[in-house]
Design a protein around this ligand. Structure first.
Ligand code: ADP
Length: 405
């Protein structure tokens, strides 16, 4: 492996799948599409290139597989300078997905998927086996769809075939140019989720062009925001980009509703949750109404046993009312109401907030498995967003997080 200088902080050379080193592209007519771009994509990472139309996204992507030749600088894939690799060989080792799948209309779906294996000289049985395996992987039935022609599939199915074809020779790197641009929003949502899962499971490195910031926020590990001339304005994890836009351009690009966008990447953190008064089903009415009164609460959460399993919630008013009637015999269980909706801690604030809005109650319990952790209220959502919460877990380290390049 060739070792090159200029690694980002803390990024070992071996971790880099794609590296742009001062890369520029000037087209023959003099258009300077990209100027001095330096950018690393780590192995297994999904990086989205976003920016306004004409800022150079496709040019950058196509320089990786040499569909466009850089006019300055170097592009390295797996540590190899691509200018020294035969372009055809290079392309066979890099999956490429374009809008509407880019399928060959006069070939069957199976033959489309097997395009690269055929070029690589695999025998017919091997090709067919691989094609069928991939069709299944992307959620198509090879027996139903394999013999069809692209025009006999829906847009979403064509896009799946496009992904299957890109994966055929098991390339470590995938390039995607607006892959879901041509499918309707519902199918698009599903394809995004499925592609992301597939990419993670297979450990592929993916470089992804999109004009849709929400798509980038939902899918990417890191987002590169570009302005005209392929100028890198910011390169950061989605949550960082939305909470700490580095330049005026990024502020403008992510828009005034970036707070809302951030919901999708804001984790539910137990320390942000409200901890309500908790009661047990067997607690007496007198105790319960006093406890709620002392805490100044109009409701409490009912938990069972040491494992703090959620039973429901209890409003204070009927307890107080029972007390006034002198009815002290009742138990909390008699007044407990079930929750219609709960949310798991692993979900995002976006899921939690929409669940909160979908119900009458102003609070929503958060569980870790069966264990009750606390409740989400509108205040909790507000605080979590205002604190610029970042993702927890392995993705939270973001050495390039705050900076423009
Ligand atoms: P994006 O993908 O962000 O829309 P592109 O990479 O397609 O941007 O284009 C960047 C700039 O380069 C634009 O000004 C575009 O007009 C120009 N451009 C793209 N392809 C060519 C070409 N083959 N010849 C001349 N100019 C081009």
């Amino acid at each position: 492996m060739i070792s090159e200088g200029g690694s980002g902080p803390g990024v070992a050379q071996d971790d880099v799948a794609i590296r742009f080193e001062g890369v520029g592209k000037r087209y023959r007519d003099g258009t300077e599409a990209v100027r001095e771009l330096t950018l690393d994509v780590r192995r297994g990472e999904l990086v989205a290139l976003v920016g306004p139309s004409g800022c150079g996204k496709s040019t950058i992507l196509r320089m990786v597989n040499r569909l466009v030749e850089p006019t300055s600088g170097r592009v390295l894939v797996d540590g190899r300078d691509t200018s020294g690799v035969d372009a055809v060989e290079l392309r066979r080792g890099i999956g490429y997905v374009i809008q509407a799948g880019g399928l060959m209309p006069h070939r069957s779906v199976r033959d489309n998927v097997a395009t690269v294996p055929k070029l690589l000289g695999w025998d017919a049985r091997e090709r067919r086996r691989r094609a069928d395996e991939l069709l299944e992987l992307v959620g198509l039935d090879p027996h139903v769809h394999g013999r069809r022609y692209p025009a006999e599939l829906s847009g979403g199915q064509q896009q799946r075939v496009g992904v299957a074809r890109a994966l055929a020779a098991d390339p470590p790197v995938l390039l995607l140019d607006e892959p879901f641009g041509a499918v309707d929003p519902v199918v698009r949502d599903r394809l995004q989720v499925e592609f992301r899962r597939l990419q993670t499971e297979l450990g592929k490195t993916a470089l992804f062009v999109t004009h849709d910031l929400d798509e980038a926020v939902r899918m990417a590990d890191r987002i590169a925001v570009l302005s005209t001339g392929g100028h890198l304005e910011q390169y950061a994890a989605p949550a960082t980009l939305l909470s700490e836009p580095a330049t005026d351009f990024v502020v403008e690009f992510v828009g005034s509703d970036r707070g809302l966008r951030r919901l999708a990447v804001t984790p539910i953190r137990p320390e942000d949750l409200e901890t309500p008064t908790t009661l047990a089903p067997g607690d007496g009415v007198a105790y319960a109404s006093t406890a709620l009164e002392v805490d100044g609460r109009s409701w409490g959460v009912v938990l069972d046993g040491e494992r703090r399993e959620l039973v429901g919630w209890v409003p204070r008013a009927p307890l107080t009312e029972a007390m006034r009637r002198g009815d002290r015999a009742g138990r909390v269980a008699d007044w407990t109401l079930p929750f219609d909706v709960t949310v798991q801690r692993a979900e995002t604030m976006r899921t939690a907030f929409s669940a909160l809005l979908a119900q009458e109650l102003r609070f929503l319990p958060v569980l870790d498995g069966a264990e009750f952790l606390g409740v989400i209220t509108p205040d909790v959502v507000h605080t979590a967003l205002r604190s610029g919460a970042r993702p927890t877990g392995p993705d939270s380290s973001d050495p390039d997080g705050s900076g423009a390049a």
